[in-house]
Write a protein that binds this ligand. Structure first.
Ligand code: ASP
Length: 599
């Protein structure tokens, strides 16, 4: 039974040798009295042949009884396949094993879905795949994803080790902290009425490790956020978490560029160019309408505010008079959009707060639009030259306050790109990776409802030195030493240089973020205290590892690169969690459950 080769190993040079393979019955074909069984293991598959003319009848009958996914061991002579029967789709396609023995290691019942055919498997309902995840993971595409993930993790560890980083585990039983996402909590049995919280990130521990003199820390950290799940979020996920002492932003940029270069070359054999371009938050919004721009295509936002300041078209000039802006994009080749499509796009823009979506279609040399009649010649010329208007174009406008106008058009730009992609008018090569750094984010954002400032990133991010005096006079203008690394419109990670002076950190908590001082003491007191005992300047980053692997694997869903993901409702369909507890367990935890009755 002991295997001599794996199922992706035998080649014509092995002809004449005796080999034993172990694996699953991938497929069985009974042809003209001869049975062909493809044996699959995690490496690949190999054809075995059972010929009744030289096999004991029981053995031949056994081969004939095997169902897909039975676990077997087959021994026989390796031989070249007869001329004309090679299978160029698999690496072992020039050979087969002429079976002389067969051991059935285990039987398999009829599967809930096939795992041998990528086409059918791709159509299987995802809930069924998640319920029988062990079968789903047998599919070669999924097995490949697990392998890419493992390779990326190893490359990360090796690279960071070479750079002098220590891999250190931090607790997953932490405590609740205000700010940030909702947390998962764990009741304490030994301390009635008290709770741990699962960490949203090891942020505080990694900073404390800097105070501890570790200098260079990393961890492939599991993090937990109890948010209402959106399509591509998981309640638990993995970050490549990094923190370093005595650095400035530039040091961190080159470290992460080196790390991603290594990961891409290990996992995909690709050399990605470094350094990555940098773009400020302001410029990213101005040009792409989003702080994680996909720069693989143009369709950039064009500012028309000065051109329409005195326009007869009051929707534009009125918005400008109130401090707003007018911006537009040119969706080349989309003039053919139907009324229905324009309405759908308008509704989409409205769902993000737009009041409407003005447009011009350029068809048969004519500008078709309900608003063009209000435009003067100078305005039309400005549009023509700034947007490069040609036959077939669709121009879409946003007139609003700066941030809104940018964000609305940013979303419409992506929406149009999807349509153009589906029509084959926008082609992006699959192995194109446009990395960039987005920098100079505002340190603070204003929460109108609560009438207070909150941290755009988190409260430990340091302000840009030159902006410190503005903290108390004009907080909106303060830039944070925060950076995001973005690839193809996806935020791969973010981090910052941290505040390391205890007084500054206390001031941010209490005066700027308005957290009551007793709460600051209860939640962050230990950190402020630690900072008073010699805290080095430090900074770090966290990269979303699931997303990174999804990009490497070319899949849009992070569920495809997590062995046992949860559904969008946060459940595990295989183990059926979450689940209720026995009354005794609840008593031990000093808990009582009041679940509203379902009608
Ligand atoms: N802790 C941050 C996060 O999880 C990353 C960082 O600032 O290093 O987003």
């Amino acid at each position: 039974m002991k295997r001599t080769h794996h199922c992706n190993e035998l080649r014509p040079s092995h002809a004449g040798e005796t080999a034993t393979l172990c694996g699953w019955v991938h497929s069985r074909r009974d042809l003209g009295g001869v049975i062909f069984i493809d044996i699959r293991d995690r490496e690949g598959r190999t054809q075995t042949v059972f010929d009744p003319s030289d096999l004991a009848p029981e053995l031949f009958a056994l081969a004939g009884s095997l169902r897909s996914e039975c676990v077997v061991s087959v021994t026989g002579k390796v031989r070249a396949r007869p001329a004309g029967t090679n299978n160029p789709k698999i690496a072992t396609g020039e050979v087969e094993i002429h079976a002389s023995s067969l051991v059935v290691l285990n039987y398999a019942e009829v599967l809930p879905f096939p795992v041998d055919d990528p086409e059918t498997a791709a159509k299987v309902n995802e809930e069924l795949r998640l319920q029988y995840r062990y079968l789903d993971l047998r599919r070669p595409e999924m097995a490949r994803n697990l392998r890419v993930r493992s390779k990326a993790a190893t490359a990360t560890r090796v690279f960071l080790d070479e750079q002098g980083f220590l891999e250190i585990e931090t607790p997953t039983l932490f405590k609740s902290t205000p700010e940030g996402a909702r947390e998962f909590v764990v009741p304490s049995r030994l301390h009635p009425g008290q709770f741990y919280a699962l960490p949203q990130s090891p942020q505080q521990f990694k900073q404390i490790l800097m105070v501890a003199g570790v200098e260079r820390y990393f961890q492939l950290a599991r993090c937990y956020r109890d948010e209402d799940l959106r399509a591509d979020r998981q309640p638990e996920f993995t970050q490549v978490d990094i923190e370093m002492s005595f650095i400035e932003r530039e040091d961190l940029y080159s470290l992460v560029e080196g790390l991603l270069k290594r990961v891409w070359s290990t996992a995909l054999g690709m050399d990605i160019p470094t350094p990555f371009p940098r773009i400020s938050f302001q410029e990213a919004l101005n040009r792409f309408g989003i702080d994680k721009p996909d720069t693989r295509f143009g369709m950039e936002l064009v500012d028309l505010t000065e051109d329409f300041r005195a326009s007869a078209f009051k929707v534009f000039s009125g918005t400008i008079a109130q401090g707003g802006v007018v911006k537009a994009i040119n969706a080349k080749g989309m003039a053919g959009a139907t009324q229905g499509q324009i309405e759908t796009m308008t509704d989409y823009a409205k769902s993000f707060g737009a009041r409407g979506l003005a447009f011009i279609k350029v068809e048969k040399g004519e500008w078709k639009s309900p608003i063009v009649k209000f435009f003067g010649d100078v305005e039309k010329e400005a549009l023509r030259s700034k947007l490069g208007i040609e036959e077939g174009d669709l121009i879409l406008f946003a007139a609003d306050q700066w941030l809104n106008a940018c964000e609305i058009l940013g979303k419409i730009r992506l929406y149009c790109a999807d349509i153009l992609k589906s029509q084959g008018k926008l082609v992006i090569p699959p192995n194109r990776f446009n990395f960039l750094w987005v920098v100079n984010f505002p340190l603070l954002s204003f929460d109108k409802e609560q009438n207070r400032w909150y941290s755009s990133h988190h409260p430990f991010t340091a302000p840009v030195d030159d902006d410190i005096p503005l903290l108390t006079t004009d907080p909106k203008q303060v830039r944070g030493q925060h950076y995001d690394v973005v690839v193809n419109g996806v935020e791969l990670g973010g981090g910052s240089i941290r505040i390391h002076q205890p007084d500054m950190q206390k001031m941010i908590f209490e005066q700027i973020l308005q957290i009551p001082s007793d709460l600051v003491k209860a939640r962050f007191g230990y950190m402020l205290e630690a900072f008073r005992f010699g805290c080095p300047p430090h900074g770090g980053i966290a990269l979303g590892f699931d997303r990174l692997v999804a990009i490497l694997c070319g899949t849009t869903s992070i569920r495809d690169v997590i062995a046992f993901p949860k559904t969008a409702k946060g459940t595990c369909l295989m183990t059926d969690s979450p689940a209720s507890l026995e009354p005794k367990q609840l008593r031990d935890l000093h808990l009582e459950c009041r679940v509203p009755q379902k009608d």
